[in-house]
Design a protein around this ligand. Structure first.
Ligand SMILES: [Ca+2]
Ligand SMILES: [Ca+2]
Ligand SMILES: [Ca+2]
Ligand SMILES: [Ca+2]
Length: 464
């Protein structure tokens, strides 16, 4: 919401708080005006991520036996507002204890894991993938969590980390409260060939920089944002690492912003892909130096202040749009062209100019599926709507990201075209036995989380 770090508190027994940082040491609660106060629900786990990759932090949280929320951040008249895009399946109430947002298969798309506690009857855990679409709300797809389903699991806490250092995130669940159950450690079984990068910002004293914001600029897929979270679950917290799954893309540069406003940008060499990058807190003399040239990647360019910013293609290339769609609209990391059909306020023409549809950021309105063009051919940009609309593939095999791989229809004809929504391959988790080091690490995190959560709520420093 501002350049300084705000705080979101997902509360039980009362409305949530969204403390807007006024930058002078004071905060003002903007939860109600931003639409995230949710006064009648009981939050039990919250995570922050940029699900639609527009550079604005979104909020996902679980309500105890209440509807789960996925709030996209919009801005209207300079003020942040949030809009719940949770699908009926996603929002289905459950006895939730932890909400985890992570890219388990490193395909660029974030997964959301709900850790539920089976305390009166079975309550399976749930896993969703939130698929970014270029010009609309992300698509929420339910996945099969495999062994991590744990229908009888008394899940109390959960964390995500890379235990074995292979670049694939692992999931650890603790159980208890009403019955003793052992820890579970899971790893995903897909995405091993995808690129990844783990970024670890440090404070000036060398500690993990909780509250830091990390933006990774990539060669093809724009900017990816992570928050080093200080909260996230009931009595637990996530690893203080910004983990990026990149699919086949590569990083070009990384930017870290600390909660005090200090910022560092630097290029990422191709030899640094698939590794852990430590980013120390900048020394004063570092910030005085002339900014080094940055490789910002597609859709972004380096500004005078030395940082990567969204390229405004509509200004830089005034004739970028074709004659039948002459109106250029700048978007984060890209742009789009639309017809000049006139629509009333709050509406804009759809892609082919045949109808007016509600604009993003306005009140819910119709579901966005109708306003997207049908896929014609798989383009190079895997993160856009092409993937979201990739259809079910009867008679084909499909890869982990949902693309049809082998075609068995008549030659030249793709039997996987059109038809029903995407059928993604399930992201199945398999059990791996925990080592004593893992158990210690988990205990440390859960203890730290307990201290932080002693006021019966979950909180996370956040950036808007
Ligand atoms: Ca966003
Ligand atoms: Ca993923
Ligand atoms: Ca791993
Ligand atoms: Ca742009």
């Amino acid at each position: 919401m501002s350049s300084a770090s705000d705080i979101f508190c997902d509360n039980e027994n009362g409305p949530n708080f969204l403390f807007h940082n006024r930058g002078d040491g004071t905060f003002v609660d903007a939860a109600a005006s931003a639409g995230v106060d949710d006064p009648h629900q009981h939050g039990r786990g919250v995570a922050l991520a940029d699900f639609n990759r527009d550079g604005k932090v979104d909020i996902v949280y679980g309500n105890w036996n209440g509807p789960h929320r996925l709030y996209l951040q919009m801005s209207a008249h300079g003020k942040a507002r949030f809009r719940d895009i949770a699908s009926p399946k996603f929002s289905m109430p459950s006895p939730v204890r932890t909400v985890i947002t992570a890219d388990f298969d490193n395909d660029q798309e974030l997964e959301i894991f709900f850790n539920n506690i089976a305390y009166r009857s079975s309550s399976a855990n749930r896993l969703f993938r939130v698929i970014r679409r270029e010009h609309g709300d992300p698509l929420i797809e339910e996945l099969n969590p495999g062994d991590a389903l744990e229908p009888e699991g008394r899940g109390t806490g959960g964390v995500v980390t890379d235990f074995d250092g292979d670049g694939m995130l692992d999931l650890i669940l603790s159980h208890g409260e009403s019955m003793a159950q052992p820890l579970s450690v899971f790893r995903g079984n897909q995405g091993f060939n995808n690129n990844w990068l783990r970024v670890v910002p440090r404070t000036r004293f060398g500690a993990f920089a909780r509250g830091a914001k990390v933006v990774l600029y990539t060669k093809k897929s724009g900017a990816h944002l992570r928050i080093i979270d200080g909260g996230s679950g009931y009595l637990c917290e996530m690893e203080p690492v910004a983990h990026f799954g990149l699919g086949k893309d590569e990083a070009s540069s990384v930017e870290v912003t600390w909660p005090d406003g200090k910022m560092v940008s630097r290029n990422v060499a191709s030899g640094e892909m698939n590794s852990v990058l430590e980013i120390p807190y900048p020394r004063d003399e570092d910030t005085l130096q002339n900014p080094a040239p940055l490789e910002c990647g597609q859709g972004f360019s380096q500004q005078e202040n030395g940082h990567c910013m969204d390229t405004n293609e509509c200004i830089q290339f005034p004739f970028v749009c074709p004659r039948d769609k002459p109106v250029c609209v700048n978007t984060y990391g890209s742009y789009r062209c639309r017809t000049n059909k006139r629509c009333s306020r709050g509406y804009e023409p759809n892609e082919d100019g045949t109808a007016c549809v509600g604009t993003l950021g306005q009140s819910p309105g119709p579901r966005p599926t109708a306003r997207f063009p049908r896929p014609q051919a798989a383009g190079p940009r895997a993160g856009g709507w092409l993937r979201a609309l990739t259809p079910a593939c009867p008679g084909c095999s499909c890869c982990c990201s949902g693309f049809c791989l082998s075609l068995r229809g008549p030659s030249g004809l793709n039997p996987c075209s059109l038809q029903s929504p995407t059928q993604f391959c399930p992201l199945t988790m398999t059990v791996i036995p925990p080592s004593s080091t893992m158990v210690w690490q988990l205990l440390m995190w859960t203890m730290m989380g307990t201290l932080r959560s002693s006021w019966r709520g979950t909180m996370a420093p956040t950036w808007f």
